[in-house]
Design a protein around this ligand. Structure first.
Ligand code: PMV
Length: 330
C-alpha cells in the first residue's frame, strides 16, 4: 500500500517580517512548484526517510533531535497515538485505529520526499515538505489529519526552520488558497474578485529566513520606534491590498508593492541582486515589484498584465534571474 500527498509552494504578496510583529500580511499558493511525500510499507524495520534532493537516506530514530523531517514524523506519530515499535512500553488503552496504525508502523515504513521548490528562497519549501509528509503519513496510518491539525503540526516544525515564525507559511501551504493572515488569529481566506498575474524571479542566492528574521529583530532591538513605524506601514499596505483584491482592482497592487519594497529596504532585508531584478521588471513594464519572503536573496515578485508577462520574464532572465515562474492568482 502507498499513500501520497502533495503541497504547493507559496509567495508572500505583502507584509513579510512585519507579520512576525503582529501586522497583517497576504500570501498566495504557487501550484507550479510542489513538495510530494510517498509513504509505503517496507519489510525493513523502522521508519526510513528518503529525500534524494538533500541526499538524505536515514532511519527516523537516527536523525538529529532538531532535524525538521525527523520532527514531522515524531509529531505525526504523537498526534495519531502511534510510535515506532521499539519505543512502546505499554499498549493498553489504545483505540482500534491506533492499534491498526501501530501494526502498520511496527512492520516498517519508507517515506520518500521530493520537491521542486527551491530551498531557502522564500517559496515555502520547508512548510510544503512538512505538510506533504503530515498528510501522507497520517493517511497511511489510517488517521488522516484534518487541515487544522496539519497546520498545527507544520507550525511546530516551522519553529525549527525559522526560530520565531509568524505561521503564515504553514497556513497558506496547508489551505492552498490566498490568505489574509494575522499571527495568532483564525485564518481568513481572500476572496479574489478578479484574477491577476504575478511573476516570480529567483536571484538564485539561498538566504535562510532564520537569519533575515534575526537581522530584523536586531534592528528592532536597536531602534524600536523606527522599526515599528515600518511594520505599521507594511501592515496598512496589506490592508489596502486586501481591499483592492476583494473589490476587483488588482491593478492597484503595483503601487502598493513598490511602497512595500521601499519599507523592506529600510528594514534592511533587500539586496543588490533583489534590487536589480525589481528594477529590471519595472523597466519592462511591471507596475510594481518587491522582494517576497525573508529577503537578502531568494525571490522577488512583479505585478504584470497577462499580455506583458513574456517581456518581463525575458527582462528578469537578462538581469540575472536563475529561474522565473508566471503564476495567476485566483
Ligand atoms: O522566507 P519565507 O518565505 O519563509 O518567508 C518568511 C516570512 C517572514 O515574514 C520573513 C517570516 C515569518 O515567519 O513570517
Amino acid at each position: 500500500m502507498m499513500s501520497h500527498a502533495s503541497a504547493p509552494g507559496k509567495i508572500i504578496l505583502f507584509g513579510e517580517h512585519a507579520v512576525v510583529y503582529g501586522q497583517p500580511a497576504l500570501a498566495v499558493p504557487v501550484h507550479q512548484v510542489h513538495a510530494d511525500a510517498e509513504v509505503s510499507d517496507s519489510d525493513r524495520a523502522g521508519i526510513w526517510v528518503d529525500a534524494p534532493d538533500i541526499r538524505l537516506h536515514a532511519e527516523h530514530s537516527r536523525l538529529a533531535l532538531d532535524d525538521a523531517l525527523g520532527a514531522v514524523i515524531s509529531l505525526v506519530c504523537a498526534e495519531t497515538g502511534t510510535c515506532p515499535a521499539e519505543t512502546i512500553s505499554s499498549s493498553s488503552g489504545e483505540t482500534a485505529s491506533q492499534k491498526d496504525a501501530r501494526r502498520v508502523i511496527s512492520k516498517g515504513l519508507e517515506i520518500k520526499v521530493t520537491s521542486s521548490i527551491p530551498l531557502a528562497s522564500g517559496l515555502g519549501s520547508g512548510a510544503a515538505v512538512s505538510v506533504a509528509i503530515i498528510r501522507a503519513l497520517s493517511a497511511h496510518l489510517g488517521q488522516p489529519c484534518d487541515d487544522e491539525t496539519v497546520n498545527k503540526i507544520a507550525y511546530e516544525v516551522e519553529k525549527i526552520h525559522h526560530g520565531t515564525p509568524s505561521g503564515i507559511d504553514n497556513t497558506v501551504v496547508t489551505y492552498g488558497k490566498p490568505i489574509f493572515f494575522i499571527k495568532g488569529q483564525p485564518i481568513e481566506l481572500l476572496d479574489v474578485a478578479k484574477p491577476f498575474t504575478i511573476i516570480i524571479g529567483d536571484t538564485g542566492i539561498p538566504a535562510p529566513t532564520k537569519e533575515s528574521v534575526a537581522g530584523v529583530r536586531k534592528r528592532w532591538e536597536q531602534d524600536k520606534r523606527k522599526m515599528e513605524m515600518l511594520f505599521g506601514v507594511a501592515g496598512s499596505l496589506a490592508e489596502v491590498a486586501r481591499q483592492s483584491i476583494e473589490k476587483g482592482h488588482p491593478e492597484r497592487l503595483g503601487a502598493l508593492m513598490n511602497e512595500n519594497q521601499r519599507v523592506l529596504t529600510e528594514m534592511g532585508v533587500s539586496s543588490p541582486e533583489l534590487d536589480k531584478l525589481v528594477e529590471a521588471s519595472r523597466k519592462a513594464g511591471a507596475t510594481g515589484a518587491k522582494l517576497s519572503g525573508g529577503g537578502r536573496g531568494g525571490n522577488m515578485i512583479a505585478l504584470s498584465t497577462k499580455e506583458n508577462a513574456p517581456t518581463i520574464v525575458e527582462a528578469l532572465y537578462a538581469a540575472g534571474a536563475k529561474n522565473v515562474i508566471v503564476t495567476d492568482v485566483r
